[in-house]
Design a binder for this molecule. Structure first.
Ligand code: IPD
Ligand code: CA
Length: 270
């Protein structure tokens, strides 16, 4: 599929700029991923190669977005914050979300870009180049997967719900606390998954594939596009205190409205 145009839905100039930049940045990415599969068995391993691929994607995204909107700033996973003339608009970029999957030759990762205006995320795009799935949303316009409108799940019973989360890893988070949370959640739901790409976890909640997602210790670029995807798909997004400061508090829960309170209660053991 080409991200550049859509036969069935009209996209705004902002979404077109984002789609075009992502398409350009992804040009070599699938080839790089195939190369990683070969490097798995080499002596050197794929580590440095993956960092180069990551940086290349981020650089292309930055160049393309800057060309289209020269005054906007950037918040990027690899290169940090770059202020623009316009202090109200920032592109938030994670060039490869799901880096560990990519590094291990697991085909589940995404390029994700969001636009922040003031304190609000107003547009978000997450692209999985392996499955050719382009998730995109703009404030007030709905959420889409390629050409199709998406909505959060309509399942009513928590015991039928499939959830996704992020485990503590490599010194991040508190494994003991997480085990207690899982111990409370698992018996009440149909399943809990850990797929390793937060941007796709949120996109899948928006598409109704998962009923809910939660994680703490998460960075703004992991979740920015997903926040608007879930909201525009009719879901609720909060931090784990129940507030709206997901990016400042680095915690998030996203689900259809009716699952929010019961899931938060389970997570907090109330
Ligand atoms: C990570 C993934 C993972 C989440 C981590 C993130 P990265 O991003 O989104 O699912 O659990 O917290 O850091 O490192 O693959 O870009
Ligand atoms: Ca990430």
């Amino acid at each position: 599929m080409s991200l550049l145009s859509s036969r069935f839905v009209t996209r705004s100039a902002t979404i077109n700029v984002m789609a075009r930049s992502i398409e350009k940045a992804c040009k070599g990415l699938v080839r790089d991923f195939n190369e990683v599969e070969h490097l798995q068995v080499s002596q050197k391993g794929p580590g440095d190669f993956v960092s180069t691929a990551d940086l290349r994607v981020e650089k292309t995204l930055r160049m393309e977005l800057e060309k289209a909107r020269p005054t906007y700033g950037f918040i990027m996973e690899e290169s940090g914050i770059i202020e623009g003339e316009d202090r109200d608009h920032y592109w938030i970029i994670d060039p490869i979300d799901g880096t560990s999957n990519f590094l291990h030759g697991i085909p589940h990762f995404a390029v994700t870009v969001a636009l922040k205006r003031g304190r609000d995320i107003v547009a978000g795009c997450t692209y999985d180049p392996i499955k050719d799935e382009f998730f995109w949303a703009e404030k007030g316009m709905g959420a889409f997967l390629n050409d199709r409108r998406i909505r959060v799940s309509t399942r009513k019973n928590l015991n039928e719900s499939l959830l996704v989360t992020g485990f503590p890893f490599a010194g991040h988070g508190d494994p003991e606390e997480f085990k207690e949370i899982l111990g409370r959640v698992m018996p009440k739901v149909a399943g809990v998954r850990r797929f390793g790409a937060a941007a796709l976890d949120l996109a899948y909640v928006a598409a109704g594939r998962f009923e809910g997602y939660w994680e703490s210790g998460i960075s703004p670029w992991d979740i920015a596009a997903g926040i608007i995807l879930v909201k525009e798909a009719g879901g609720h997004v909060r931090d784990l205190e129940g507030g709206h400061e997901m990016m400042d508090r680095k915690s998030i829960i996203a689900a259809p409205e009716h699952f929010h309170a019961p899931l938060l209660d389970l997570i907090h053991g109330r």
